[in-house]
Design a protein around this ligand. Structure first.
Ligand code: CAA
Length: 380
C-alpha cells in the first residue's frame, strides 16, 4: 500500500500543526483544569476551514478528502484533544451525515453555517439505557399532523451546550424495532428542548458534554433525514466514518505523548547520562514508535478506503480499535518515561493519558469495534 502524500496533503497537515502549536497549545492546561470550552480557538478553526473539511465547496466546505481530514485531526489531537473532538463530531458525524443523506433543502439550510463554524453541530444517539446497544432507543418521535413530537433524554452529548444544531435519533414505530427509528435535525432554542448540566469528566475536559432533555418538542416533518425508518442505518453509516476520525484523534494523542517523551529522554539525565541512553527508556520509545506507525497505517488505510469508495466499516473499526489501544498504552508509557514530572500538569503527558481513555469508549467502545470486526471477517 502506498500512502504517498500529495503537496496539498502536506500543506494541510502543516497548517494544522502550526495552528495547534500557535493557537491551541497556549492555555491548554488551564482549559483542561477549568473544563473551559476553547471557544475562540474553535471559531478560528471554523474560519480556517477545519470544521467542514470534507463538505463540498457549494455548501461552504473545503471539498477535501478523508486523508486530509485525518492528517489535520492527528495534528490538532497531538496538542488538544478537546478541540479535536469538536472538529471530529462536526465534520464526520454532523456535516457528513447531512451532506450524504439530507435533502437539498436541509443541505442548503444547515451546511454552510456548520461547515464554516458559524454554527456547531452535535450528534445525539446515546441514551441512559442505549449506549452500546444503540437499537434500544427510548427517545420517541411520534408523528402528529405536520410534525413529530419528540420526547426523551440523550446522554454524554459532545458539544451539548455549544451546538446550534443537533442530529437526534429517536424511535417512531416501536413495533418495528430498529427499522422504526428516525434521525432529525433539531435546533437549539426550540420549545421543550432543555440542556442538562455539564458532565465532570476525566479527560477531554475542555469539550462540552451534557445530557439533553426533550419534552414534547415539535419537530417539523421536513427535518427528518431520509425515508421513514432510515434513522438506525443513518446512525450506523455515519458512525462508521466517525470512527476513522476518532482513530485519527487517538493516533494524534499517542504521537503527541511520544514526541514529548522522546524529547524529554534527550535532556533528562540519570546515572550520569541522558535517559535515552538507557535501554529501559530506548526500548519503550521503540515500542511506542512502532505501535504509532502501525496505527497510522490503519488510519490511512481506512481513510483511503473511504476516499476510494470502498467499504470502510471494517478498516475504520480496526483503525479505531488499534489506535485507541495505542493511545492508552503510549500515554501511560510517556508518563513513565517522564517519571515524577509525568505526574504533574505542566509536562502535558498526564493530560494526554486522561484524554486517551475516551477514544476507547466513544463512537463505540473497543468491544463494539470487535463486534463490527468479527462480524465482518466471519461473513467473508
Ligand atoms: N452500515 C449500514 N447498516 C448497518 C451498519 C453499517 N455500518 N451496521 C449495522 N447496520 C444495519 C444492519 O445491516 C441491520 O440492518 P437490517 O436489519 O436491515 O439487516 C441493522 O443495522 C441492525 O444491525 P445489527 O443487527 O448489526 O444491530 P446490533 O444491535 O446487533 O449491533 C452495533 C449493532 C454494531 C452493536 C451497534 O449497535 C453499534 O454500533 N453500537 C455502538 C453505538 C455507538 O457507536 N455509539 C456512539 C455514540 S455517538 C458518540 O459517541 C459521538 C460523540 O459524542 C463523540
Amino acid at each position: 500500500m502506498d500512502f504517498k502524500l500529495t503537496e496539498e496533503h502536506i500543506m494541510i497537515r502543516d497548517a494544522a500543526r502550526d495552528f495547534a502549536k500557535n493557537e491551541l497549545l497556549p492555555g491548554v492546561i488551564e482549559r483542561d483544569e477549568k473544563q473551559e470550552f476553547p471557544k475562540e480557538q474553535i471559531k478560528k478553526m471554523g474560519e480556517l476551514g477545519f470544521l467542514g473539511m470534507m463538505v463540498s465547496p457549494e455548501y461552504g466546505g473545503g471539498g477535501m478528502d478523508t486523508v486530509s481530514y485525518v492528517l489535520a485531526m492527528e495534528e490538532i489531537s497531538k496538542i488538544d484533544a478537546s478541540a479535536s473532538v469538536v472538529m471530529s463530531v462536526n465534520n464526520s458525524l454532523v456535516c457528513w451525515g447531512i451532506e450524504k443523506f439530507g435533502n437539498e433543502e436541509q443541505k442548503q439550510k444547515y451546511l454552510p453555517k456548520l461547515a464554516t463554524g458559524e454554527s456547531i453541530g452535535a450528534f445525539c444517539l446515546s441514551e441512559p439505557e442505549a449506549g452500546s446497544d444503540a437499537t434500544s432507543q427510548r427517545t420517541t418521535a411520534i408523528e402528529k399532523d405536520d410534525h413529530y413530537l419528540l420526547n426523551g433524554t440523550k446522554n454524554w452529548i459532545t458539544n451539548g451546550s455549544t451546538a446550534d444544531y443537533y442530529i437526534v435519533i429517536a424511535q417512531t414505530h416501536p413495533e418495528k424495532k430498529h427499522k422504526g427509528i428516525n434521525a432529525f435535525i433539531i435546533e437549539k432554542g426550540w420549545k421543550g428542548f432543555e440542556i442538562g448540566p455539564k458532565e465532570q469528566k476525566l479527560g477531554i475536559r475542555g469539550s462540552d458534554t451534557h445530557s439533553l432533555n426533550f419534552n414534547d418538542v415539535k419537530v417539523p416533518k421536513e427535518n427528518r433525514i431520509g425515508e421513514d425508518g432510515f434513522g438506525f442505518k443513518f446512525a450506523m453509516k455515519t458512525l462508521s466514518g466517525g470512527r476513522i476520525g476518532i482513530a485519527a484523534q487517538a493516533l494524534g494523542i499517542a504521537a503527541g505523548a511520544y514526541e514529548l517523551a522522546k524529547e524529554y529522554s534527550k535532556v533528562r539525565k540519570a546515572f550520569g547520562t541522558e535517559i535515552m541512553n538507557h535501554q529501559a527508556i530506548a526500548f519503550k520509545l521503540a515500542d511506542m514508535h512502532t505501535s504509532i506507525e502501525a496505527s497510522r497505517h490503519l488510519v490511512m488505510k481506512a481513510a483511503c478506503d473511504k476516499d476510494n469508495g470502498e467499504n470502510y466499516d471494517l478498516s475504520g473499526a480496526m483503525a479505531k480499535l488499534f489506535a485507541s489501544k495505542t493511545a492508552m498504552d503510549v500515554t501511560v508509557e510517556a508518563v513513565q518515561v517522564h517519571g515524577g514530572n509525568g505526574y504533574v500538569k505542566e509536562y502535558h503527558v498526564e493530560r494526554l493519558m486522561r484524554d486517551a481513555k475516551i477514544t476507547q469508549i466513544y463512537e463505540g467502545t473497543s468491544e463494539i469495534q470487535k463486534i463490527v470486526i468479527s462480524r465482518s471477517i466471519l461473513r467473508d
